[in-house]
Design a protein around this ligand. Structure first.
Ligand code: SF4
Ligand code: SF4
Length: 275
């Protein structure tokens, strides 16, 4: 049975996807930004379209990072994404359109990322080509509604589908708040482009430490980014609160602006630091 784009979007939403975007596999060749082995057609030559699915990271929980509460949110969203993608791939295959999914993360352990900090496939570029956002300074996809606070997964299908439009206007305002507050100082600004040079190894090493403390991942660069309408929804628009956080908590862990995050950080994980 021929499946339409509308049916795919409705099916994916019914499974729990909040964002759904579609790109032809040919956009990887058109934009020529991603090395050949990392393109969908290299990974599975039958691929005609890539369906990118996203679920939001809820800001007030993310704000408590590093905390077990954020770990649980992260793990839950990852399991949900893989399930949505797997079920969508099976649904399409059952209807005669061969499909596979690429899991949202694909590494056996954080120590492997320290040695080999690159994924086999980038959902960030897939999301850009599927019209879900633009790539910001910190290498994440910025979405109009949720900024960088979205987790993504991709389904490759041999079905040709009507694509979504790529967003032309950059959403990143290059404020560099993510750079200032990154605990591993992983970003170096480049004057000729928005996307920073990134020390992925330094970021992975920081994550390895957080993993030992049972409060992985870090997420500070996505927490502090001012882009996203979710800031309005959660009434959390004051970026100064993040810039002053570390010093204020050092001075007074009971500072009323941070008390709720400190409370969550004190429970369920091994770390002693309160920021
Ligand atoms: S924090 Fe600022 S520089 Fe970093 S991604 Fe967001 S808008 Fe861009
Ligand atoms: S996840 Fe944390 S350590 Fe890694 S780049 Fe973002 S802020 Fe820096």
């Amino acid at each position: 049975m021929e499946i339409t784009k509308t049916q795919i979007v409705e099916y994916a939403r019914g499974l729990g996807a909040t964002l759904v975007g579609i790109t032809p596999a040919s956009r990887w060749d058109e934009y020529d930004e991603v090395e050949d082995p990392y393109r969908p057609a290299s990974i599975w030559p039958e691929t005609k379209s890539v369906i990118v699915l996203g679920v939001p990271v809820l800001l007030p929980i993310l704000e408590s990072t590093p905390s077990i509460n954020y770990v649980e949110l992260y793990d839950t969203s990852n399991v949900l994404l893989d399930q949505i993608a797997y079920r969508l791939a099976v649904y399409l295959t059952e209807n005669g359109h061969g499909s596979i999914f690429l899991p949202r993360d694909a590494y056996g352990d954080i120590e492997i990322l320290v040695r080999k900090p690159f994924a086999a496939f980038s959902h960030v570029f897939a999301g850009k080509y599927a019209g879900l956002g633009t790539i910001g300074y910190s290498h994440v996809l910025l979405n109009k509604k949720y900024g960088p606070r979205v987790r993504y997964v991709s389904v490759f299908t041999n079905l040709e589908l009507e694509p979504d439009l790529v967003i032309k206007k950059e959403l990143c305002i290059k404020c560099c708040v993510c750079q200032k507050l990154c605990p591993s100082q992983a970003f170096i600004t480049r004057d000729d482009q928005i996307i920073a040079k990134m020390n992925k190894k330094a970021c992975a090493k920081h994550h390895a430490q957080l993993r030992k403390e049972h409060r992985y991942p870090c997420g500070i660069c996505i927490k502090v980014c001012p882009v996203g309408e979710d800031r309005e929804i959660f009434n959390s628009k004051d970026i100064k609160v993040y810039l002053e956080e570390k010093e204020a908590i050092c001075r007074n862990p009971d500072d009323p602006r941070y008390k709720r995050w400190v409370h969550l950080r004190k429970h369920g994980s091994n770390g002693d630091r309160l920021f």
